[in-house]
Write a protein that binds this ligand. Structure first.
Ligand code: HH2
Length: 275
């Protein structure tokens, strides 16, 4: 099985759905990020604007003020590369200048017309994620005729747009955007379709950790902190489906699950993941 990297989520937001407010202070966020690095994260994804359904937008300067001290401190404190989860080119630029190595854009360069040229100039890795609508309203009755075909066409079009602006194909990751304007059935269809999405030669990123549709599939309707089982099941399904990276909150447990999966798949427990 090919290597599936693990990206640890670090939210510097007061209102993220699973850990909102917990890591708002600089010190708490730094310690949390270093814990995730210690736990085996291949990437640390720092976000200062929540994208959960219904979330309110954050001003550009506020996002930069929240993020930059943490990017700078982490670049000094750990060799694990930093990703910045933002829709704003100016925020991505500031973070990359401070040492971050990936722009994770849930708007797939759709938020600001400067997005494609900024991404090309930065030369960093770039995650293009599918979202239907915008966070404030995206879960209001999302509809598709063919969710897999529409998400696939959108992602390929955004990748082509990025490449036309000068982003190297090898830098691009595509992400189906689990939970972003999708019902449980849509999410399940996209997980099943990962091999098809991976067939275009772009690397695939995938994020389902602790998301609401896990609770929708469990009669106990657990809170976000109690969705580890479903999160791991989805991370394994993603790895099997060809994802090159899973974005998760529970890094240690996910790394362990992926190691076991890789050992089973390859008959050699060094083959699937490093270490
Ligand atoms: N999901 C969230 C945020 N960013 N980025 C990518 N590439 N893929 C995802 O699935 C994805 C993402 C939502 O999760 P979280 O950051 O925990 O919550 P919030 O958006 O409330 O900060």
């Amino acid at each position: 099985m090919p290597v599936c990297q693990v990206m640890g989520v670090v939210n510097l937001t007061p209102d993220s759905f699973s850990d909102g407010g917990a890591f708002l202070s600089f010190q708490a966020a730094l310690e949390h990020a270093l814990d995730l690095a210690q736990a085996g994260a291949d990437w640390l994804d720092l976000g200062a604007e929540s994208t959960r359904p219904g979330a309110e937008p954050v001003e550009e300067n506020q996002e930069i003020d929240r993020l930059l001290p943490l990017v700078e401190a982490l670049v000094r404190a750990t060799p694990v590369p930093i990703s910045v989860d933002t829709m704003k080119p100016a925020v991505a630029r500031a973070a990359i200048k401070s040492g971050a190595r990936m722009w994770n854009d849930v708007s797939a360069l759709g938020f600001d017309p400067q997005g494609p040229t900024t991404a090309a100039a930065l030369g960093c890795d770039l995650v293009l994620m599918h979202m239907r609508g915008e966070p404030r309203s995206m879960q209001d009755n999302p509809r598709y005729d063919d969710v897999v075909g529409e998400v696939e066409a959108f992602l390929l079009a955004r990748a082509a747009m990025a490449q036309a602006a000068g982003v190297a194909r090898s830098r691009i990751w595509l992400d189906p955007g689990i939970g972003f304007g999708k019902t449980t059935e849509h999410n399940l269809a996209l997980v099943r379709a990962l091999p098809r999405l991976a067939s275009h030669g772009y690397r695939l990123a995938f994020g389902a950790s602790r998301k609401r549709f896990i609770a929708a599939l469990d009669p106990a309707k657990p809170d976000p902190g109690q969705r580890l089982g479903g999160s791991i099941a989805l991370a394994l399904a993603a790895a099997r489906g060809g994802a090159g990276m899973v974005r998760v909150h529970d890094v240690r447990e996910t790394v362990q699950a992926l190691r076991v999966e890789a050992a089973l798949a390859d008959g050699n427990n060094q083959a699937g993941r490093k270490g």
